[in-house]
Design a protein around this ligand. Sequence first.
Ligand code: ADP
Ligand code: MG
Length: 249
Amino acid sequence: MKTLGIVNQKGGVGKTTTAINLAAYLAAGGRRVLLIDMDPQGNASSGLGLRGVEAGLYEALGSPERTADLIVGTGQERLSVLPATPDLAGAGVELADEPYALHAVLEQLSDFDVAIIDAPPSLGPLTINVLAAADALLIPLQAEYYALEGLAGLTETVDRVRAALNPRLKVLGVAITMFDGRTNLAQEVEQSVRQHFGELVFWSVIPRNVRLSEAPSFAKAINQFAPLSSGAAAYKRLAEEVMQRVEKI
Ligand code: ADP
Ligand code: MG
């Protein structure tokens, strides 16, 4: 199993949208996928229809041997979720001295090809747990003026975790999200991101597409909600690029 963390300490950059739709297209492409919701807000869980679940990742972090019983199916074949519950907010404190709690949960899994972890918008203990457990990271960057700002903090944290906790941690790539091709600004941002990160940047750029923002309220990923939308096409291509890169690690 390969484990991919979706991280960026900024909120609203498209982490959860990317986690859900990437997971959905990897599953559609034949992989057995587990989406792990590491954000106490639970948007990845609710976006796939899991609201008000009684137990989930929080319980698994406390008792990893319970993990298999806490995983739930979705409306899509081969796509399962380890959901967040509001308790997870408290885990931020409890996990401060336990960077390998999520790693221990992942060690319980045997029936999946890929685990996609949706990280919260911070560099706190929950995200440190994601970095300590992941094989690779996908960093979504919103195509806006301040896209690169704050990334130094993420890069430093990744380097620190690699040195201290997880030597195999790689950055799989950077995905440009919410791209509005009608504006010069978006194109300038894309150029500067490509200059800065070179080949790390995925070719598939995710457009701003209202169908992507509507899908969660219908509890569906974009491949089932609006498969012909521009957002769907972009996430399908991104999933193909991700799989090509994942197979090399
Ligand atoms: P994060 O998880 O980084 O906080 P989200 O994925 O929740 O970011 O996205 C923030 C908001 O932007 C959500 O309301 C989401 O539906 C919307 N959104 C994300 N990506 C797109 C997109 N490509 N086009 C339009 N809306 C988007
Ligand atoms: Mg989110």
